[in-house]
Design a protein around this ligand. Sequence first.
Ligand SMILES: [Fe+2]
Ligand SMILES: [Fe+2]
Length: 360
Amino acid sequence: MKTAPMKIKDGIVLFSGKMSRHLMLEPIVSNTYFLEDEDEMFIFDPSCGKKIAKSVKSHMRTRRKAGVKWKKAVLVAGHSHIDHANNFYLSDLTGAGETHIYVHEAGFKGGRVSNEPVAFIRNMIEESKKYYNPYLAFSFPYNLLMYPFAALDVFFPDLAVKLFSRIGAIPWPDPVNGKVQPEPLIQDDAEVMNFGNISIKGWRVGKKIILSTPGHSPCSVSLFWPEKKALFVSDADWIGNPVFMSSSMKDCIDSLEKIKVLTNAGKVDLLLPAHGQVKEGSEKILAHLDFFINRLKFMRDEVLSAWQSCGKVKNVRRLTKALVQGSPFFKTLKLINYPRFVLFIHNVVVVCLEEEGLLD
Ligand SMILES: [Fe+2]
Ligand SMILES: [Fe+2]
């Protein structure tokens, strides 16, 4: 896939491309957005594809050769996942007098952005293990690949997770950082801003506003460009939500409702996700948001009814198995994205039951 720039509208350019190393299965396609507004430029979701970064770099070079000078350059990671918080080195190439990289404070661990692939996978496995055995979650033929890890886990759990995370991280390129240090967006510093009939809470950065839109991850943010009525939502509307243990079904729905309020108030007319197509026009956006909100509620209902019909059992593997067998929706979800969605479905079960207080 090409990562050639695609103009969405004046001042908004999309770079879309696959990750630079092939994943074992379906590669992830990620979007990076390049925004220009007189002497201010933004890069939203500098995704980890090396080709995307190269294209952004050459686009910046072309713009600068054309005589454009930016006073302020801002990189914003929609969240700390490795396909979003990456290629921070691009901030060194803007020639701007003032440069910032922003990531929500929840995306930092030990003072650093948690975007390192091995640590990310390790964390994912360790979180899963509190509720189910991730090495035993797969069926044929991937279970054959996982059995050695399951066996190793019995005697040497640390070694099993260490090996698994190293192997699992192979398809993901390491983050490429530059000289500018990422700054945390502190939740307590978010201010309330009034926009005519509605008020929103976020961080004003130049002529744009960063909004907290958690759910997919606690550190998920969206970038709002009021003049263009454009909202860059990262993974807030991602098809796999709520995908990780750190995800929240409730927050996913609340964030989408928040975007709906902005759209209904006539403040958003362009929705730009990190994975998927750009949506233009309030009617289309509202239909898209409603579809996702209803889908999330339906998923929760399906999980809760599986829990009921399994005698309110707390065994996540058993529940997930029953859910996939009994729900055509989850069965399809597993089949269309096997094996990647296997852990996702287990995580959905945990997140839903946790939020209802049913796993304590
Ligand atoms: Fe993500
Ligand atoms: Fe993503």
